[in-house]
Design a protein around this ligand. Sequence first.
Ligand SMILES: Nc1nc2c(c(=O)[nH]1)N[C@H]1C(S)=C(S)[C@@H](COP(=O)(O)O)O[C@H]1N2
Ligand SMILES: [Mo]
Length: 435
Amino acid sequence: MDTRYDGEKENVDGRFMHIDPNSIAGDHVEVTRRYFLRLGVAGAAALTTSSLWAEGQAKAALEQAVAGLEYLTPLNKFRFAGRGNPPPWQLSEEKRRQVGLTPETWQLEVVADPESNCKIGKPLSKEAGTAFRWDDLMRLAKEHAVRYLKVMTCLNAPSPNGMALWEGVPLREVIWMTQPAGDIRRLYYYGYDNDDPKQRFQSSLSINRVLEDPPGVDPVILCYKLNGKPLSPKAGAPVRLICPEGYGFHNIKWLQRIVLTNDPEPNDNYAKQGLDVDSPMKTFARFVHVPSKAKAGEPTAVTGLAQVGISGLSRVQYWLHRQDAPLPPDDPHFTKAEWKDAEILPPPKNWGSELPGGKLPPDTRHVDPKTGKPHSWPLRYTLAHWAVLLTDLKPGRYDLRCRTIDARGIAQPMPRPFPKSGRAPIHRLPLMVEP
Ligand SMILES: Nc1nc2c(c(=O)[nH]1)N[C@H]1C(S)=C(S)[C@@H](COP(=O)(O)O)O[C@H]1N2
Ligand SMILES: [Mo]
């Protein structure tokens, strides 16, 4: 039985389930403070309701909305996916040991596909007693460990599962241990989902992607830590694969076997389901905090998240449209609508409650080791937070939409609008403005 997993479920109002808008965590106080300082100075002149603004009510509303946003998703709010029945995290400790899902019992095999002509000099296999073990991984980690930020998003879901800091060893270190000799074009890999092989969930990558990283992109890793702590059973313990630019399905949990092959075709479960598995993450925006009702004339706080895909992110925009007004004709993506800019928030100072002191480790990729600040912002394959204060609202029923403009100037859902390569529909929420 295929248990529908969390990543495909959506909250009724389209909000992110892992964000609790009522939990005013201290995390974004600093971001918020700087945001309001700037808005107070630069924005006050532009606001027609500056008297209200001065009262501080509007500020408080937006501050409260923004303060609820946590950057790194706490484990208990992460929407982990899994489709085994029972899922591997529900197994007893004894069973987990038996099937090799504890550090002491874990073995990773890296072997040649018997169906192809690809040859490797030194397969890492259980049969030959040469499988790769936890201690081997920890030894490599001393020299080669890397850490980077990456948002986990299911190809089939309109909103991310969670935003995390991942740590691991570049997979190519282990590939080279097998003495590969050529005639290798891909590798496919899977983990332990269940004793029933029909419940196996498999993904694949080009060997080139694993051996060499595209400019600015981090390595594919054998990952053993999330937000600075060992992977939990739900997160794929003890070891999962992380492909930084990849949608969720590439990031196989409970990893146990990698097969090198000369077969050039993706043989992923997702490919067989008609999905486009050759797709790096897309750029898109979603609302997080939108009140269902607002009062005319009162500034109203709206916040959201944007996933930064392969083409980067330059702007987030919103469009407030009266429900009784016609939609622009022959314009499915509303390119001619009156979009206005929202503000992309700067990087947080406190990255998450699970990191010591809320700080990123000094060797985190794309982060200045001295200041702890990212070299640029927002980073590709992560989330950015955004906010806007709607002013001058007139009574009526509205649809509120948001979209991204990527770093090439292309508006969502272009340049890749087809849902089977990742969901990026323009998010719409209703807003009622009462007199
Ligand atoms: N072993 C295994 N790994 C898996 C899956 C699975 O079913 N089994 N699901 C994949 C899919 S489709 C997604 S979207 C991601 C979700 O990662 P997360 O649970 O860390 O959010 O896990 C991926 N890794
Ligand atoms: Mo997924």
